[in-house]
Write a protein that binds this ligand. Structure first.
Ligand code: ADP
Length: 156
């Protein structure tokens, strides 16, 4: 109960916006499903050390899912490269979230869902076209937890 109180009191994200804690799209480490994988690329995946790697097709804005780095462990590198080329890799669905959504709501979705990463998107209103969503960044549960902890420290 005491712990719960601390968490609830710390859960004041009213001043925090998703865009200030997300990783901008141009800084995200992602893979292009349209490109063949090679050993160098796989080494880079290991070196980066990210557990979740968004996958796009062609354009970076066209994110089609997320590769879990741990899925790489279950097959040999050669097999993985072959599977990637024949699009047999298990790419998991990735959550999307509107940039205006309150941080608390996204945290709830992260806790309720299976995935701890989301694509942050915003509405683009562009002349004659119908408004559409375009991704501007990625965000993980870690980004939110980090913000919480930072607030705790500042409040002391
Ligand atoms: P990991 O489990 O891969 O260490 P976390 O979810 O703990 O990742 O997040 C740590 C930080 O790294 C967060 O700021 C998050 O936004 C960022 N991050 C996570 N995945 C990626 C990625 N593929 N590219 C760039 N930054 C990422």
């Amino acid at each position: 109960p005491e712990q719960q109180k601390i968490l609830t009191s710390a859960m004041d994200f009213s001043d925090t916006k998703l865009y200030s804690i997300m990783t901008p799209l141009d800084k995200a480490f992602m893979l292009n499903s349209a490109k063949t994988l090679n050993i160098e690329k796989i080494k880079k995946i290991y070196d980066k050390g990210y557990s979740r790697i968004p996958v796009y097709e062609g354009r970076r804005e066209n994110i089609i899912g997320v590769l879990m780095a741990k899925d790489l462990m279950f097959v040999s590198i050669d097999k993985f490269i072959k599977m990637w080329s024949s699009k047999c890799i298990f790419i998991r669905p990735i959550m999307t979230v509107n940039i205006e959504v309150p941080v608390e709501d996204l945290l709830k979705d992260f806790k309720a869902g299976k995935s701890h990463i989301a694509v942050v998107q915003e509405v683009v209103v562009d002349g004659g076209k119908d408004p559409y969503y375009s991704p501007v960044g990625i965000i993980t549960m870690e980004d939110i937890i980090e913000t919480l902890i930072q607030q705790e420290i500042e409040d002391e």
